[in-house]
Design a protein around this ligand. Structure first.
Ligand code: SF4
Length: 365
C-alpha cells in the first residue's frame, strides 16, 4: 500500500536503528512526543524494544481526551442529566471518569448520550430533534478544530437554534512551551505531532527552537517515520545544533493548511485554558468567538466548583503521566486495578492515552 508499506519496511527500520545506536551520546537522552498516535505506534510496533536503553522516549500531553480537565467531564454529565438534552460525542469520551460518574454510567441510567463519528452528524441530529437541545462535546487539538468550526458555521447558516458546543479545544505549541518551564523534565528534544502540524505548519516549533534551544522534528506515524525522526533529533543533539526539522514532508508544509487556519480563526479565539495535569496555560485553548456565542453550551452551566473525587481516583497519577514526569507503570494501580476494561483515569481510556498504549501492547513486566 503506497505510503504505508514503505514506511513499515523492516530492513529500513533496522538500518535506522543501527544509525541511532552509532550516534547515541554517552548520556541518556530524553525525547518527548506530544502526539497520542506516536504513543500508540511506538508501542504497537515494538520500537521501545528496538531502541537502545540510552533513549528515554517520554509520552507527553498528546491525547486530546486525556487533557480535558475533570471539570469538563463533570459539566458534560450535568448536561446529560438535564431533561430534553441530547449529548453527542466521539466514543472515547464515554468512559472518561468524571468526579463521580461517567457519560457511560449516565447513558445506562437513561441519559440521551449518542456516539457520532463526524461533527457534521450533530447537524442532522439537531434537525431531527427540534424539541431537544443537542450538545456536541467538542474536545481536541488543532487537528479537529477546522471540522468543529465548519460545523458551527453551517449551524449558523442553517439557523439552527438547538445545536450547542461544549468546547475544550487545546493548542499543542502552548503546552510544549509550558513543559519547557518545568525543570524536572530535562527534555532534550520534541518529536512533534504530524496531524496537528498538517494544520498549523512548523513556524510555532521554529519559535520554540529559537527561544528554548531545543530540537523539534515533525514526524509521521509509521515505524520508519518515528525512527527517522528520532535519528534526526539525535543528530542535532550530537552536533549541539537544535533545529526545526520536518521528517513528514509528504503531508506537512511550513505554512500548514491556510484554509483550515482561516476557518479556525473565523470561529475561535485564543484564551487561557485549563489542562488536566498541566494546569492553567496562557493562550493554550480556543473558545467560541462572541459572534457565535449562541452556540456555546457553556451558557447552560453555572460556574463549576471543584467536586470531591473518590479515594481510588485520587490515587490516579494521570497528571504526572501527561506531563511526562512518570511512566504509566510507575502508577501502582496500573494493570492491577486500572485497565482498559476498568479505567480509573483518562490515560487508560483513550486509545491515544499513554497508560492504554502500554497496557495494550504489554510493555510491562
Ligand atoms: Fe491513572 Fe490508571 Fe494511568 Fe494509573 S494506570 S495513572 S490510575 S489511568
Amino acid at each position: 500500500m503506497k505510503y504505508i508499506d514503505e514506511f513499515r519496511n523492516k530492513r529500513l527500520a533496522q538500518i535506522l536503528v543501527r544509525k541511532i545506536i552509532d550516534i547515541l551520546p554517552v548520556r541518556a537522552v530524553n525525547i518527548m512526543e506530544v502526539c497520542g498516535t506516536h504513543t500508540q505506534n511506538f508501542y504497537r510496533f515494538g520500537l521501545d524494544r528496538l531502541l537502545p536503553p540510552g533513549i528515554r522516549f517520554i509520552s507527553g500531553p498528546g491525547c486530546p481526551v486525556c487533557v480535558s480537565p475533570e471539570r469538563y467531564i463533570d459539566d458534560a454529565i450535568k448536561l446529560a442529566r438535564r431533561k430534553n438534552f441530547i449529548i453527542v460525542t466521539f466514543g472515547d469520551m464515554l468512559r472518561i471518569p468524571g468526579s463521580n460518574s461517567s457519560l457511560e454510567n449516565e447513558r445506562a441510567k437513561n441519559a440521551n448520550v449518542r456516539v457520532i463519528y463526524s461533527p457534521l452528524e450533530s447537524l442532522t441530529i439537531a434537525k431531527l430533534n427540534p424539541d431537544k437541545k443537542v450538545v456536541f462535546l467538542a474536545v481536541g487539538f488543532e487537528t479537529t478544530a477546522p471540522g468543529i468550526a465548519l460545523t458551527i458555521l453551517m449551524a449558523k447558516k442553517e439557523r439552527l437554534k438547538n445545536l450547542f458546543f461544549l468546547t475544550s479545544r487545546k493548542l499543542i505549541p502552548a503546552a510544549m512551551r509550558n513543559l519547557l518551564l518545568d525543570k524536572r523534565l530535562k527534555l532534550d528534544a520534541f518529536l512533534c505531532p504530524g496531524h496537528v502540524s498538517a494544520i498549523i505548519g512548523t513556524k510555532d516549533y521554529a519559535q520554540i527552537v529559537k527561544k528554548y534551544r531545543i530540537g523539534c522534528c515533525v514526524a509521521g506515524f509509521e515505524p520508519v517515520d518515528i525512527l527517522e525522526g528520532i535519528f534526526i533529533l539525535l543528530k542535532q543533539i550530537a552536533e549541539k545544533r537544535p533545529k526545526m526539522a520536518n521528517q513528514y514532508m509528504r503531508v506537512v508544509r511550513r505554512e500548514g493548511n491556510p484554509k483550515a487556519k482561516k476557518i479556525i480563526n473565523r470561529v475561535f479565539k485564543k484564551y487561557d485554558s485549563l489542562w488536566r495535569g498541566l494546569g492553567m496555560i496562557p493562550d493554550s485553548g480556543l473558545k467560541i468567538k462572541n459572534e457565535f456565542a449562541q452556540f456555546d453550551a457553556g451558557r447552560f452551566l453555572p460556574i463549576s466548583k471543584p467536586t470531591k473525587i473518590n479515594r481510588r481516583q485520587a490515587q490516579c497519577r494521570c497528571a504526572e503521566v501527561l506531563k511526562g514526569l512518570i511512566s504509566p507503570i510507575a502508577c501502582k494501580l496500573f494493570s492491577r486495578v486500572c485497565s482498559p476494561e476498568n479505567p480509573l483515569g483518562a490515560c487508560m481510556v483513550s486509545s491515544e492515552g499513554a497508560c492504554n498504549a502500554q497496557y495494550k501492547y504489554k510493555c510491562y513486566g
